[in-house]
Write a protein that binds this ligand. Structure first.
Ligand code: NOJ
Length: 791
């Protein structure tokens, strides 16, 4: 059905009318079907000089390997890590250790617990994303681990209650992509192979795998356009930055298991996106030997699975081409050579990937400081009545809630994926302590945790203040009316293996309501592995301030204290939409439950997840995507727009004569438009502005994020410019018929900047002749400069 909504945006004098998309995937003939794409493309090593050099080394080594050694390299082996590749001792080729996870080395001592992906996404800071990748990569390197099982771009976060959304950066593909790219770059510059996972469509935990007695895994049925514009989008950024490995996912995609899906691996990843590295399976995610080999899988994890001797037979009897086996191995070897070259170029120290190296300590004071910084930068202030925060030299504080302190877990302290120790499951319910990460393989096992209580007590002790607390009760007394503030810490846990059953919990809501009934200055801090609904208590006048403090890692306490005391001015932005009611997420609240042997999950919403759906349906969220307050205020405007040469050639599709490189067609990454954005601090404190640029692409969702950064610190009255470069990909839609990204040259693009997806301060229509508007913008900027700085 063709759905048309018309609305008018009046913004700085521009009239803009929006017609909701003509595209619906219900008529897609391929939805739920995965076309065969054979044979597997052989990697060329032609993307750039680094890949070429890596491939010449890899081919040389390949030529010295025996058939058995080659087969041996295609499967995992028992070793000190959750996954281990084969060695070739004869030739001095060392095994590679693969370790979880995306937010720091897990299950090793003396390793840091970094903030989880969703927390990094909330910083909206590209530089922090890069530094994060580098620091995580350094920890792998210093522990002799070659392969980091992250970053994570899927699940993207289609389902609000998805169990693993927090491991990724945002349910917006552009924000997620920016982080995927920068984290990959940072990691690999240390010589650590980044594994972009999970390829693709693992959007729920429910029946993610085949289960005995139940049947096959769920099939994520995704139409071609949505697959490109939403789910593969962020992976493109990681590939562009050279991701040397990818992990395929557990579930089926369009009814074919992701690790043996030829369209997904041979077609999209290797052919269309020019992937030069190796694709490994998720752990035991392979269901057939010959099919997975021919569909393009390169490495079977954690053991050889259906390969090993069977692969030997399959090559011998011709079911799998010998050239396919060579391609698996050369990709594997080249991946390692490639990151070594990247590290060499970046000047990173080299450490052997053996067990007996020293030091086996990865934590550093620099990493500690970075974790604290990101912990604060990813904290989102959503309510601050009467500028109550930052606290004004408090002398008496009360602290409530199970999330304030780290508490011993009665299950013991042995890390383990799901058994849980305190390192594993920081506070998954009212029983445990503060939440610094989520559960499962994306969790961390940090050397230590600084809890909020610890950090706050330190600050209060320094001024001989008083602190009273209760971490157990949901109705703690007495009320202490003389306290300067009542800080209440709650959390919302999520984990691999299961989806959430609620975006709230009754205990925490009761606790807040009871406190707000007795006290006027209640400050709520929510540590949450994903969305947490905060209605109706958010409207209680005694709930003075509310902070979404995410999953901030091992420096959780110091990070939140830095915000509460105002040492850091909050600049975090929500990387998802917080609804007023859980039901506002509609069909995208819960995972699909299906009892049948071939469960189906039709992604009929297409491109319309999270804010794209709220915008289409005109649902007012409690806090929109991109929202976040500061202790100061900002103005944002468009200074000017410039057509870059790639746009002025007016080509609708990428130039077919340029060869594809890793990351996709190279034209896709050419900037076609640059937008210079002004950011001015209109308040009274120094702080970071976070300009966000949204584009209304014709025949697509109303507004889509296509530029952002965290700018500052800016002193009051000062301004700065930031230039956003919009690439051909950023402005294109995936044309299903042409099987290519299409720039809609003859149509108007509406471009807006502002403080969030619903707080747009300035906008314009982009079309080839922009002269008048450019002039207009310059005048506006000048006026700000004159008013604020007296120039
Ligand atoms: C399964 C998870 O899905 C994946 O993300 C992880 O890297 C592996 N297990 C190894 O622990």
């Amino acid at each position: 059905m063709w759905l048309t909504i018309v609305f008018v945006v009046l913004l700085h004098g521009y009239c803009y009318s929006y017609t909701a998309p003509s595209y619906t995937n219900e008529t897609d003939p391929y939805l739920g079907l995965s076309p065969p794409v054979y044979p597997a493309p052989q990697a060329k090593g032609s993307s750039n000089q680094h890949w070429a050099d890596a491939y010449s080394k890899a081919r040389q080594l390949l030529s010295e390997l025996t058939f058995e050694e080659k087969v041996n390299l295609t499967g995992g082996h028992v070793g000190r890590c959750v996954g281990n590749t084969a060695a070739v001792p004869r030739l001095g080729w060392e095994p590679m250790c693969l370790s979880d996870g995306p937010s720091g080395v897990r299950d090793f001592e003396f390793a840091s617990g970094f903030p989880a992906g969703i927390h990094l996404g909330a910083t909206f800071d590209k530089n922090l994303m890069y530094r994060y990748g580098k620091a995580v990569g350094e920890e792998y390197r210093d522990l002799g681990l070659k392969i980091a099982l992250g970053p994570m771009g899927g699940p993207l976060g289609r389902i609000a209650r998805g169990g693993r959304n927090w491991e990724g950066f945002s349910n917006d593909p552009y924000l997620s992509g920016a982080a995927m790219g920068r984290v990959t770059k940072g990691m690999q510059e240390t010589g650590t192979i980044a594994v972009a996972k999970h390829w693709l469509g693992n959007e729920q935990e429910e029946r993610r795998r085949a289960e005995l007695g139940k049947g096959e895994a769920i099939s994520s049925n995704i139409d071609d356009r949505t697959l490109h514009e939403l789910y593969a989008f962020a992976f493109m950024d990681a590939l562009r930055e050279g991701a040397a490995a990818v992990m395929c996912s557990y579930q089926r995609l369009n009814n074919s298991y992701a690790c043996q899906n030829s369209k997904l691996i041979n077609g999209v990843l290797k052919e269309e996106l020019g992937f030069e590295g190796m694709i490994m399976s998720d752990w035991n995610a392979v269901y057939a030997g010959v099919a997975s080999a021919n569909a393009g899988l390169d490495l079977n994890m954690p053991d050889a699975g259906w390969w090993g001797g069977n692969l030997t037979d399959a090559v011998n009897n011709g079911s799998v081409d010998a050239a396919r086996l060579d391609d698996m191995v050369v990709r594997h070897l080249a991946a390692a050579f490639y990151v070594d070259l990247q590290a060499q170029k970046a000047g990173s120290i080299h450490r052997p990937r053996s067990q007996d190296q020293t030091p086996l300590v990865a934590v550093t004071t620099e990493h500690d400081a970075l974790i604290r910084e990101i912990g604060a930068a990813g904290t989102v202030l959503v309510k601050n009545k009467g500028d109550f925060l930052p606290l004004k030299n408090p002398r008496f504080l009360t602290i409530y809630g199970y999330d304030a302190e780290s508490r011993p877990n009665p299950w013991g302290n042995n890390p383990g994926i799901f058994g849980g120790g305190p390192e594993e499951n920081w506070a998954w319910n009212t029983y445990n302590g503060t939440l610094i990460t989520g559960g499962g393989s994306g969790s961390t096992t940090p050397a230590y945790v600084i809890s909020p209580f610890h950090a706050i007590v330190e600050r209060m002790a320094a001024v001989q203040g008083t602190v009273r607390w209760n971490f157990i009760s949901d109705n703690p007394g007495p009320p202490y009316p003389d306290a300067d503030a009542c800080l209440v810490f709650i959390n919302a846990y999520a984990s691999e293996k299961f989806d959430r059953v609620s975006l709230t919990d009754e205990f925490s809501d009761r606790l807040i309501n009871n406190l707000a009934a007795n006290f006027t200055n209640v400050v709520v801090i929510v540590h949450s592995a994903g969305i947490r609904v905060v209605d109706p208590w958010i409207e209680n006048p005694n709930v003075t301030a509310v902070l979404f403090a995410g999953v901030p890692g091992q420096q959780a306490g110091n990070s939140i204290a830095d915000i509460l005391w105002g040492d850091v001015n909050p600049s975090g932005r929500l990387p998802y939409t917080v609804a007023k009611n859980e039901s506002d997420y509609g069909e995208l609240l819960n995972s699909t439950v299906s009892e049948g042997p071939f469960p189906q999950d039709n992604f009929t919403e297409g491109l319309y997840i999270d804010y794209r759906a709220f915008d289409r349906d005109n649902i007012e969220p409690r806090f929109e995507f991109g929202f976040g307050l500061s202790y100061t205020t900002f103005e944002y405007w468009i200074q000017n727009l410039m057509s870059e040469p790639a746009w002025t050639d007016h080509r609708e599709y990428p130039n077919a004569s340029r060869p594809v490189v890793q990351g996709g067609h190279p034209d896709l990454w050419d900037p076609v438009l640059s937008v210079r954005v002004g950011v001015g601090n209109t308040g009274t404190r120094a702080g970071y502005g976070v300009p966000q640029l949204y584009v209304s692409i014709p025949n697509a969702p109303k507004m889509q994020l296509r530029g952002f950064d965290r700018v500052g610190p800016l002193q009051p009255g000062f301004m700065r410019y930031e230039t956003f470069y919009l690439t051909r990909r950023d402005l294109s839609i995936w044309d299903v018929e042409a099987q290519s990204w299409k720039l809609q040259n003859s149509q108007d693009y509406y471009i807006a900047v502002g403080a969030s997806s619903r707080d747009l301060h300035d906008g314009t229509v982009f079309r080839p002749s922009m002269a008048d508007q450019v002039l207009d913008k310059k005048q506006k900027s000048q006026a700000f400069v004159e008013a604020r700085t007296g120039l």
